[in-house]
Design a protein around this ligand. Structure first.
Ligand code: GLU
Length: 311
């Protein structure tokens, strides 16, 4: 094994140890009851380099609900469907300064969602997908997710989706408020379900880190010559990840880790260090801002020790 590979394995193992020391200090995601009973000790860490090699560490190699990580994929699909200009006439590109399911800004400040990575922003992305039925729209979403995550058989958890459809009252209010604000028309229940199905996609950190590596490699799948995303979209996504990706800890994360990332409330985080690596971490306990406690620690350790900071 080459010395570079040995070094990456060693750093990932050390990152796992430093993250593992924080198990028990966060809270399980109680706003999605279907995710409450997961073993809080699960930690999974993956890194994909620019040659397409994937390295893993941790005590869990299963799949997890990717939640908000899916918002990147939904945004890509929305842009493909109606074009960037139309999408960003309905969604801003600024940090919201409020929670991901807050109604505050839409009611009192401006009619359109602040950015595509908060829930109403993702609902607007969902409203841009064309199709005769929810199933037809979902199939487009699933195909793109399968391509970017390298798993054509990807599927969503009906249990998690159903749970969110029945308990996500704030999201339902947001979906309706966007109609009242004149941002979209049509069936808000359908947009909500399309959005929730994406949140309920299940993937492993290896799959998510390969997607991160595509973003880091300006759209070319590492180790191949296949372009999966336009370079400009990767620049857009990384910029949004850097400014809006980590809920209300985006500034703290930027200071401590310095790699564009998108966090999901299921405990997963994707990160893309341009020209260097894609990363994914998963551990279900969250801090008060909704980010994985152990996941953040692992990213901090890896960024520092493999010199992955990009800003
Ligand atoms: N499904 C979650 C919700 O809509 C996603 C939130 C997130 O991961 O940011 O509340």
């Amino acid at each position: 094994m080459k010395s570079e590979n040995i070094k990456i394995h060693k750093i990932l193992d050390e990152a796992y140890e430093s993250a593992n020391a924080l198990v028990g200090t966060g809270q399980m995601p109680d706003f999605i009851p279907a995710l409450e009973d997961i073993d809080p000790k699960r930690i999974s860490i993956s890194l994909t380099d620019m040659s397409g090699n994937t390295y893993c560490a941790g005590n869990y190699d299963g799949k997890f609900s990717i939640q908000s990580i899916s918002k990147i994929i939904l945004l890509e699909l929305a842009i493909r469907e109606v074009g960037e200009e139309t999408v960003f006439s309905k969604i801003g590109v600024e940090p919201s300064g409020t929670g991901f399911n807050s109604l505050f800004r839409l009611e009192l400040l401006e009619k359109k969602p602040a950015n595509p990575f908060i829930n109403p922003g993702a609902m607007v992305s969902a409203s841009c997908i064309k199709g005769r039925s929810l199933e037809e729209k979902y199939e487009k979403f699933r195909n793109l997710a399968g391509e970017l995550l390298g798993n054509p058989d990807i599927s969503y958890s009906k249990e998690v989706c159903h749970c969110e459809m029945t308990t996500g009252h704030r999201n339902r209010a947001l979906a309706s408020l966007l109609i009242a604000n004149g941002i979209y028309d049509g069936d808000p229940e359908e947009y909500l379900e399309l959005y929730y199905r994406g949140c309920a996609f299940y993937a492993s950190t290896s799959e998510v880190s390969r997607f991160g590596a595509i973003l880091a490699n300006d759209g070319i799948k590492p180790g191949t010559e296949t372009r999966l995303l336009p370079k400009h979209h990767c620049e857009l996504f990384r910029s949004l990840m850097a400014t809006c990706g980590m809920y209300d800890s985006t500034g703290k994360y930027a200071v401590e880790v310095g790699i564009p990332a998108k966090s999901g409330s299921g405990g997963g985080i994707i990160a893309a260090a341009r020209g260097k690596a894609g990363l994914a971490v998963y551990s279900p306990e969250l801090d008060g801002r909704g980010n994985s406690v152990c996941g953040m620690q692992a990213l901090k350790y890896i960024s520092e020790h493999l010199n992955l900071r990009t800003y």
